[in-house]
Design a protein around this ligand. Structure first.
Ligand code: GDD
Ligand code: MG
Length: 355
């Protein structure tokens, strides 16, 4: 079966991490974030996948090449200017080989999902649908596409990012399209699947179906979600075919080192060549390659970019530290603070509890 992967977004909410790397390629538990979904798609029978790229397209080719390493054929179709989600699907479809009636799996590139892709494809075939959307339940649907369905699974409406969503059942970003439906999307202009294609299919009375499954699901669009997703992968809350076994809630990549007196856990990744010093505490955090955590520093639910240095006595909670930055001794950063790449924050420049 063939698939299209949407990976042209800029990942602005994850800056500064996404300045140098597109969101789907951020290192997540020993593999690029999107590799976990690719492995699941392959296990569900996808043998060929078209990457719809735009932002930093060349980095996808460098990471995955022709797909041999993953056991599937990968081809790339790049938009000079982003065409929107449906525009990208239409543009990528020029590289599909299947016929008009075949099902095509379409995946958002920033999702971690444990749902049964094979069951979704089977539901699509059984319902003879134009499109079948994976739907899941969230507490707050305002950031998503809200998708009410009838008791027999027909999609009744598609309401993208509304302050008053009609239901907490949302679009989970994994679709099965009948290929002829993709061929009907307008060519050569920006088209949004969420604002245009889905509402138009519904207005035309086309059979759009929902496949509801409440398995593990996360949109990894924000730093907090990224940290949660990676720690869930390390802790096994989401089984991934590409996460290697680890102990005590810590994944140590090649040549990582942790001092015996350091306390590291809660689903933490210590990147290749990274070092955690004596008495440091690192919890539910993602340390990219070459990071240095000096003795006595405390790092909680944070992402530390390539080669960044966290000096002794620093406290970081819910922070993002850019590649190559240095957080000088004794700084205290909390509540989503972000330090840009290569910045050197002088010692004790920021405190959150002035005495
Ligand atoms: N090639 C290409 N071109 N890809 C794009 C473009 C584009 O112009 N725009 C977005 N993408 C890709 C992104 O890289 C991402 O993988 C996917 O399409 C979805 O874009 P996001 O920017 O992450 O959208 P979202 O998270 O705000 O909302 C979407 O996903 C939600 C579920 O996570 C919508 O589909 C919502 O309806 C849905 O609930
Ligand atoms: Mg998203």
């Amino acid at each position: 079966m063939e698939a299209i992967l949407l990976v042209g977004g800029q990942g602005t909410r994850l800056r500064p991490l996404t300045i140098s790397t597109p969101k789907p390629l951020l290192p997540a538990a020993g593999a690029p974030l999107l590799e976990h979904q690719l492995a699941r798609a392959r296990n569900a029978g996808v043998t060929r996948i078209v990457f719809a790229t735009s932002y930093r397209a060349e980095m996808f080719t460098e990471a995955f090449g022709d797909g041999t390493r993953l056991g599937m054929e990968i081809v790339y179709v790049t938009e000079d200017e982003p065409l929107g989600t449906a525009g990208a699907i239409r543009n990528a479809s020029t590289a599909l080989a299947c016929d008009a009636d075949s099902p095509v799996l379409v995946l958002n590139g920033d999702i971690l999902s444990g749902h049964d892709i094979s069951a979704q494809i089977a539901a699509h075939e059984k319902g003879e649908a134009a499109v079948t959307l994976h739907l899941t339940l969230v507490d707050d649907a305002r950031r998503y596409g809200s998708v009410p369905t009838s008791p027999d699974g027909r999609v009744l409406d598609f309401v993208e990012k509304s302050p008053n969503p009609p239901t907490n059942q949302v679009n989970a970003g994994c679709y099965v399209f009948r290929r002829s439906v993709i061929d009907g999307i307008p060519v050569g202009r920006v088209v949004s699947a969420e604002y245009e294609t889905f509402p138009e299919l519904l207005a035309a009375g086309e059979p759009v179906c929902g496949y509801v499954e409440a398995a593990y699901w996360l949109d990894v669009g924000t730093p907090a979600a990224f940290v949660r997703g990676v720690s869930d992968l390390v802790l096994g809350a989401l089984a991934s075919p590409v996460v290697t076994a680890n102990e005590h809630g810590v994944l140590l990549l090649d040549d990582a080192s942790v001092a015996p007196s350091a306390r590291v856990g809660g689903g933490t990744v210590v990147g290749a060549g990274a070092r955690v010093g004596a008495d440091a505490r690192v919890e539910s955090s993602v340390l990219f390659d070459g990071v240095v955590i000096e003795p006595g520093a405390r790092v909680i639910r944070s992402v530390i970019g390539d080669g960044a240095r966290i000096c002794s006595g620093v406290v970081l909670e819910d922070c993002v530290i850019g590649d190559g930055a240095t957080v000088g001794q004794g700084n205290q950063l909390i509540n989503g603070a972000r330090v840009w790449p290569n910045v050197e924050l002088p010692a004790t420049a920021v405190r959150f509890s002035p005495e």
